[in-house]
Write a protein that binds this ligand. Structure first.
Ligand SMILES: [Zn+2]
Length: 114
């Protein structure tokens, strides 16, 4: 499962982000996840909850901010929401589209409580 390996990466990023010597507990991890990133959010949260045990993130909740995919047509220049790759421009039906956003997967903030 692809989400499990992402959850492992998140855990190691969190561990590296918390200053050494900090004895606090990670309570919240905020993520931006694009709708084009091909990540099942439920599966990601599920995987994270399974593997976070016995890490500094054992009490952490993932707070996911979904980023709507957006494309720009190279033919007519219109900008429109897209939910998957390979969609045509709604204005001119061109398939020549630049993805403006929606592929992101990043941690935007980590909350630590003493
Ligand atoms: Zn177009």
């Amino acid at each position: 499962m692809h989400e499990l390996s992402i959850a492992h990466s998140l855990l190691s990023i969190i561990e590296r982000s918390v200053p050494s010597g900090n004895k606090g507990t990670v309570t919240e991890v905020h993520l931006d996840v694009g709708t084009l990133s091909a990540i099942e959010l439920d599966a990601l949260v599920f995987s994270f909850d399974i593997i976070k045990d016995k890490t500094i993130s054992s009490k952490a909740n993932l707070i996911i901010n979904s980023i709507q995919g957006k494309g720009k047509c190279r033919s007519c220049g219109s900008v429109f929401p897209i939910d998957k790759f390979g969609e045509a421009c709604p204005e001119c039906n061109s398939f020549s589209i630049d993805i403006l956003q929606g592929k992101e997967l990043k941690i935007t903030s980590i909350s630590i409580e003493d």
